[in-house]
Design a protein around this ligand. Structure first.
Ligand SMILES: [Zn+2]
Ligand SMILES: [Zn+2]
Length: 339
């Protein structure tokens, strides 16, 4: 079968390998759709760290075989599965930091999401695999994992109905976060310099968008909130200027959620005096866990979050490099690969 794996010459590319074999409690899934994630691009940008790195974790497909003892799924079921499973019992898990669980990153699908056939291990089959209802396509279901990251981000932001949250960056993740906020009754303000992204956000129900290349971000946020500042911000794009503007225009007690690596970082300055006096929180969100995956899957299955319009390119695995180029260059909102 074909899969995108590390090449002996360096980097990643289409490789012919033997299909994985499943054991008790495991299922074998024939991939039908697998999204390209920003973290895949980050991994590709650092080929020196390629040893052991797997690409593709936003997958959906059909169960082709089920190992002994599997009761939740049967051959022919349409499913989506996530790639990591926390232990649920360690310090990180008990404190809601499941993605920091030592077990989390050691659990993996085999060989990766960008493969014709994928072995879903027992823990994954039991805890982070979901059966698709009729009407939910493979492509839509492949958004369960990234949407779960969005749902967890707004959980950690403590977003309440009516809260006005600035979502900085209107790419695929930004728009998922904005839709998850809308589903919760909050009021996202999407910030992006690309008109097409802002139009997409508007088409999906976002009431307020800001283009900081055209309008001053700080002044606009101040005007929108009668000078009080936004209730929180989720940064899918991070740089020094954005952080400064957002810290200036998040309300006292507001929460700034860092959802991406800094473009001009890692050493960005934060006004700690202001942080202290105004009880502003700066924190981050990385990945998700089984409970948020279930929440995200329910949002997709109910149609409350629409992901179809985010897919800008559909490509076969043989055009992997092209998909990477399109998403990295910003021409693609979301690339979804098919076998
Ligand atoms: Zn992802
Ligand atoms: Zn744990």
């Amino acid at each position: 079968m074909k899969a995108i794996l590390p090449l002996p010459s360096g980097g990643f590319g289409l490789t012919e390998v033997s299909p994985p074999e499943i054991g008790p409690g495991e299922i074998l899934v024939e991939m039908r759709a697998c999204g390209l994630c920003g973290t895949d691009l980050a991994k590709l940008a650092h080929p020196e760290a390629a040893a052991g790195v797997r690409l593709g974790h936003e997958l959906a497909g059909v169960v082709r075989a089920a190992g002994s003892g599997v009761t939740r799924f049967a051959v022919g079921d349409r499913v989506t599965a996530a790639h990591h499973v926390p232990c649920g019992a360690c310090w990180a898990c008990r404190h809601g930091n499941e993605s920091m669980c030592p077990q989390f990153k050691t659990t993996q699908i085999d060989p990766c999401g960008f493969a014709e056939l994928i072995r879903i291990p027992r823990l994954h089959t039991e805890q982070v695999t979901f059966r698709l209802p009729e009407g939910l396509s493979f492509e839509e279901a492949s958004f369960a994992e990234p949407l779960a990251c969005a749902v967890r981000a707004i959980d950690r932001s403590q977003a309440l109905p009516g809260d006005r949250i600035a979502v900085v960056g209107g790419g695929g993740m930004g728009i998922l976060i904005a839709q998850a906020l809308l589903a919760r009754g909050a009021d996202p303000i999407v910030v992006d310099i690309a008109h097409t992204r802002l139009s997409l956000a508007t088409a999906l129900g976002v009431r307020t968008v800001i283009n900081p290349a055209r309008d001053d971000l700080g002044r606009t946020l101040a005007g929108l909130t009668d000078g009080a500042g936004v209730d929180g911000a989720i940064l899918t794009v991070v740089n020094g200027r954005i952080l400064k503007d957002i810290q200036a225009w998040v309300r006292s007690g507001g929460r700034i959620n860092v959802f991406a690596g800094a473009a001009d970082g890692p050493d960005l300055s934060v006004d700690f005096l202001d942080l202290y006096h105004r009880e502003v929180a700066v924190f981050s969100t990385y990945s998700s866990g089984p409970a948020t995956l279930a929440d995200a899957f329910a949002l997709l299955a109910s149609g409350r979050v629409r992901v179809g319009p985010l897919i800008s390119h559909r490509l076969p695995l043989s055009a992997f490099d092209e998909g990477v180029r399109l998403q990295r260059g910003g021409q693609a909102t979301k690339v979804v690969f098919h076998p």
